[in-house]
Each structure stands twice: as C-alpha cells, then as structure tokens.
Design a protein around this ligand. Structure first.
Ligand SMILES: Cc1cc2nc3c(=O)[nH]c(=O)nc-3n(C[C@H](O)[C@H](O)[C@H](O)COP(=O)(O)O)c2cc1C
Length: 330
C-alpha cells in the first residue's frame, strides 16, 4: 500500500504527523515516534514572549494567576519550564535533526510582527525543514476589527516568506468571519500549507478558590468535525496544502481527513495520552481499510469526499444542517 504523501513539498512516508505539543521536547520520544512510523514532527512552539525576553513580565502574569492571564501562556506546560528561550529552542532543533530522519517543522507562536523574521531565519539555519506560524491572537480589544487581525496574519506571513527558503505553514484559528476568504488570501500570499485549526485555550472557573483555572484539556474525537468540514470545503479551492488538526485519535479519523482532502493529519492529544506505539496501530488500521476498500494509495482517495463536486457548497451545507435537525424527533 502506497501511503506516501507530499506536504509543502516535503516527501513523507505517510500522512501521519505529530502535532505541536510537548512530545518534541524530548529527542528520545521523537525517535520512538519515528520508529513507530510517524512521518514528520511539528515542534512545540517558540513563543514571541520568549524571543522578546519578556520573562520578567511573564513571571508576573504566571504568578499573578487570574485576571490578566495572557491566553497564550497556557501552552507552557509547567511554569518552571516555560522559558525554553530562543537559544535552547535552536539547540533542540539541532538535537532532533541529529536524532531522526523525518522532517522537523519548527513552530513560531506570537501575535505581533516582532521577532518572526529573525527567528524564522534562525530556525531555518538550525536545520528546520519547514516553519509553522501560529498567530495566536485572541482579540479582546473592542476597537480592533476583524480585517485588522486578518491583515496582521497576511503581513506576518509575507515578511517571513520573504526571508526564509523553507516552506511555511499558517496554523489558523477557526474564528474568522470568512474562513474561506482568509484561507484564500493566505494561500495567495504564499502560505505553503494551512493547518486547520489552532485550538484556543479556554479557561474554567474554580468555584472553591474563585480563581480562573488555566489548564489545557486534551481533545476528544468530537473536535474532529470542525476541521473535517473546513478541509472538505477548502480542498481544491486553495493552492496551499491542508493539514488537519483537532480531534484526530484513530485511523478512522485520519482516513476521514484524507477523504475530505487533507494532505496530512496531525495528532497531539492522542499521542500524549497513548504514547508513540499508538502510531503503529493507526497506520496498520489505515492500511487495512485502504486494502479492504481496494485503494492502492492514499493519493487515490484524497479529497474524494470534499465539497469540490458540489456546484453550491453553501446551499449543500444549509440543506444538510436542516436535514440533521429534522432527524431529531419530538
Ligand atoms: C499539551 C499541549 C501542548 C500544545 N502546545 C502547542 C504549541 O506549543 N504550539 C502549537 O501551535 N500548538 C500546541 N498545541 C495544540 C496542538 O498542536 C493541536 O493543534 C491541538 O491540540 C489539537 O490537536 P489534537 O486534537 O490532536 O490534540 C498543544 C496541545 C496540547 C494538548
């Protein structure tokens, strides 16, 4: 069975990619993932705040705890270890490149123009095979319009693309008023791939301590429906490759994403929960399904259930929505 895939011009042995998460902090774990069959790894992010040496301010917010807690900080797994810093990040890229043969994709995470270009170049020099840009911007300012946020994404991408040779992916939020328009603009501005979607951290409230409770919940397979829909809609409409992120836990989930039109499916929560060995089972499950359904390659089935064949995908979406509601009897 031919599982090979290209993603942003990188040749991958299959479409299963380790998503950005703490697993890449440990080179031995990445080696285990490679041995189990993972085709590429997206590293945990280097945060703009680390680049800008704002650790003092960061400390303030981390210890302060509640009201002004910056949304992005929740990705730092433990307060003591958040400050990987740019130097250590570059060192980790080199370490991973020495340890594994699969492509290593660096992840830069920020909200403003600062630092992206310089560190884009540095991660490239350290050996990263590609860069994923995560513009983690939850706009809380009532005076900032959606179009300003969109322009920021385009400006950051354009600047980085001007200064690096490796391919660049944009990890997007699902909260644009027109995801399709944003995706088209970014693809037009040179994004080699769009990663759908970034997951915004959503804090809870601790009723005993009366504090905001900042933890990251691992995903469940229910999260899959959102990227599945958008990949099906965008497949064939944008030039950029599409990477699925969110709720992919099993081989069935990967297959659904491929049928919708994804080049690759990324996994973070499932691998954090089940370990590297899970990759083996997922790949075996995919092969068995493809064989049973008489496919010879993943390329053959990719996108066959996308919206490409519908003359009016919007009307199709609405009709299905109405049909789905009607299946609930009173
Ligand atoms: C513990 C944890 C840490 C994460 N760290 C990052 C990160 O550093 N950068 C990033 O872009 N996404 C990060 N993510 C988001 C994942 O890459 C992914 O987009 C999200 O978890 C949805 O995929 P999943 O359902 O496979 O977990 C993190 C997710 C988890 C669970």
């Amino acid at each position: 069975m031919d599982l090979t895939t290209t993603y942003m011009g990188l040749k991958l042995r299959n479409p299963l990619v380790v998503g950005a998460c703490p697993l890449s902090r440990d080179a031995a774990k990445v080696k285990e993932l490679e041995d189990a069959g993972a085709a590429a790894v997206v590293m945990f992010s280097l945060f703009e705040e680390e680049i800008r040496h704002e650790s003092l301010e960061l400390d303030h917010y981390l210890n302060y705890g509640t009201n002004s807690f910056s949304e992005a900080l929740d990705y730092f797994p433990e307060h003591e270890s958040y400050a990987v810093g740019p130097g250590k990040y570059l060192e980790q890229i080199r370490k991973l490149k020495d340890s594994v043969d699969i492509p290593v994709i660096a992840s830069l995470n920020g909200t403003t123009m600062g630092g992206w270009v310089e560190y884009g170049q540095q991660v490239e020099q350290a050996g990263a095979d590609a860069i994923e840009l995560n513009v983690y911007r939850l706009s809380t300012e009532c005076g900032v319009s959606g179009s300003e946020i969109e322009q920021l994404h385009i400006d950051i991408l354009t600047e980085v693309k001007k200064h690096v040779k490796v391919p660049v992916a944009m990890k997007l939020s699902p909260f644009f008023s027109s995801v399709a328009h944003m995706a088209t603009q970014l693809s037009g501005a040179g994004a080699d791939a769009l990663v759908l979607f970034n997951r915004f951290y959503q804090p809870d409230i601790d009723l005993d301590k009366l504090e905001v409770f900042p933890n990251v919940l691992l995903s469940t397979p229910q999260a899959l429906r959102l990227p599945l829909r958008w990949i099906a809609i965008l497949h064939g409409q944008v030039k950029a490759d599409l990477a699925a992120s969110g709720g992919i836990h099993s081989h069935q989930d990967v297959l659904k994403m491929l049928l919708a039109g994804a080049q690759v499916a990324t996994m973070a929560s499932a691998l954090l929960q089940r370990g590297a060995g899970h990759v083996r089972g997922v790949l075996a499950g995919m092969e068995a399904w493809l064989t049973e359904h008489e496919y010879e390659s993943v390329a053959q089935m990719r996108g066959s259930m996308s919206h490409r064949s519908y003359a009016n995908p919007g009307a199709f979406e609405r009709a299905n929505y109405i049909k789905a509601l009607a299946t609930f009897g009173t």
